[in-house]
Design a protein around this ligand. Structure first.
Ligand code: ADP
Length: 450
């Protein structure tokens, strides 16, 4: 096992990983850009090194600088967090070649899952239910493609195999629109994703987004750690998440969870991973796997009582899982609100100096944030400045705590999406757990903003 971990990330997740390391008695190395020089987690790290200017391309994405920093500080492992280099197979490979431990799955697993066609094929062969449609890239023959689309039935969605962040997808309602959608998506795939492959599948009209958390060690032990519902999204970005996914029969969840475990065994998966599904009319359809720690991991921690980040580090260091599937249960319910520095009138980022920062508290309330009064939100990075998590015995209890916490939390100096969250936790359909992935955007369109 390594003794020191370099955290190749910033913000709330850098702090979260640092806490996990300290809890395990590991030393931490913070690498930071010039914009993050004054961050609290940089001060708390055992060692810290500036790796470049504010622009992520020159700092948090600078692979050579990060590996050099690990060498210089004697770190034995690199934790990539989420975003930045966390799903970069080339980086995982370079870390391993440098004789360091990458806290995540193998480069080969990251590569397979980073290609959505390859991922779908792997999942289907492991018995994971997928969205109807072929698990191969589209051919060049227009007649053959029309035949495939007809067999699936309209509407269909054309997707780039290498797409991400909600880009590289086009819904096609009728056959007339197919050729155009295909050529635009092919062009985008070539230009933006460096992977020209596109594929086609059934477009689901009003699904929910449900995901399954998994954890695997190096010895073939794999568990699934419950479900999360992340249907409240804007532009495919999650806004508010919960665990467990409400209203899904335990037996169905257990069946899907067992398939995910089986898939992990087949591909030799290591560490934390998330299987993302669309769920419609009670059926699960796999869309993609994230081969990293997720932003929304705290709701799973609150409902399982398991520190996911510590587990992720332990298995990367070669430890065996200390529990089996039978030891895992779901206790109560948890919600997470992503607090963004953004103006929800126009959804514009709102960087600047935080002048007031009052946090909520009380039973079941958790805050994961690196921000505080006098913290300056940088315009260079993602606008998320923290996460407010609420746990309770039942969904209604957790929601009641979350409402109070949102009312208590006060941030001034910058605009935040707190008003939007306060509205969402009182939204009739959300309270009734009756929302699909379009709900938030429909509400924003119909009912004013936050
Ligand atoms: P990304 O990697 O860009 O996040 P995903 O494949 O996870 O792409 O899809 C992102 C979102 O696009 C989904 O959460 C869903 O809202 C929508 N989507 C993707 N595939 C389908 C589909 N077959 N039917 C309906 N919506 C879809």
């Amino acid at each position: 096992m390594f003794h020191s971990v370099l955290i190749a990330n910033r913000g709330e997740i850098a702090l979260r990983i640092q806490r996990a390391c300290r809890g395990l008695g590991l030393k931490t190395v913070a690498v930071y850009s010039e914009a993050d020089r004054d961050a609290t987690y940089v001060r708390h790290a055992d060692q810290s090194l500036c790796i470049g200017p504010a622009a992520a391309s020159e700092s948090y994405l600078n692979q050579a600088a990060i590996i050099m920093a690990a060498k210089l500080t004697g770190a034995g492992a690199i934790h990539p967090g989420y975003g930045f280099l966390s799903e970069n197979a080339g980086f995982a490979e370079r870390v391993a070649q440098a004789g360091l431990t990458f806290i995540g799955p193998s480069a080969a697993c990251i590569r397979v899952m980073g290609d959505k066609v390859a991922a779908k094929r792997a999942m289907r062969s492991a018995g994971v239910p997928c969205v109807p449609g072929p698990d191969s890239a589209l051919p060049n023959d227009a007649d053959a493609i029309r035949g495939l689309a007809r067999a699936i039935g309209y509407p269909v969605i054309v997707k780039a195999a290498g797409g991400g962040g909600g880009r590289g997808m086009r819904v096609v309602e009728t056959e007339d629109a197919l050729a155009d959608a295909l050529s635009v998506t092919r062009e985008e795939a070539r230009r933006s994703f460096g992977n020209a492959k596109v594929y086609i599948e059934k477009f689901l009209g009003s699904p929910r987004h449900v995901e399954i958390q998994v954890l695997a060690d190096m010895y073939g032990n794999v568990v699934w750690l419950g479900s999360r519902d992340c249907s409240l999204q804007r532009r495919h970005q999650k806004v508010l998440e919960e665990a467990p996914a409400p209203g899904i029969p335990d037996a169905l969840l257990a069946e899907v969870g067992a398939r995910c475990v089986e898939a992990c065994k087949q591909i030799g998966y290591l560490g934390l991973g998330t299987f993302e599904f669309l769920v419609e009319d009670g059926a699960f359809y796999f869309i993609e796997m994230n081969t990293r720690l997720q932003v929304e991991h705290p709701v799973t921690e609150m409902t399982t009582g398991i520190d996911l980040v510590q587990q992720q580090i332990r298995v990367a260091g070669g430890e065996r899982l200390g529990f089996s599937q039978a030891d895992i249960s779901c206790r109560g319910h948890a919600f997470e609100c992503r607090i963004n520095a953004e103006d929800t009138e126009r959804f514009m980022p709102s960087p600047g100096l935080i002048t007031r920062w009052e946090l909520p508290g009380g039973p079941g309330i958790r805050i994961d944030s690196h921000a505080g009064a006098c913290y300056r939100v940088s315009p260079h990075y993602d606008s998320m400045i923290g996460k407010l998590i609420a746990h309770g015995e039942t969904r209604a209890d957790a929601l009641a705590r979350l409402r109070i916490a949102l009312d208590e939390m006060q941030v001034e100096g910058i605009a935040t999406n707190l008003p939007l969250h306060r509205r969402l936790v009182r939204d009739e359909a959300f309270v009734a757990a009756d929302v699909d992935i379009h709900h938030l955007e429909h509400r924003l369109r119909d009912g004013g903003r936050g």
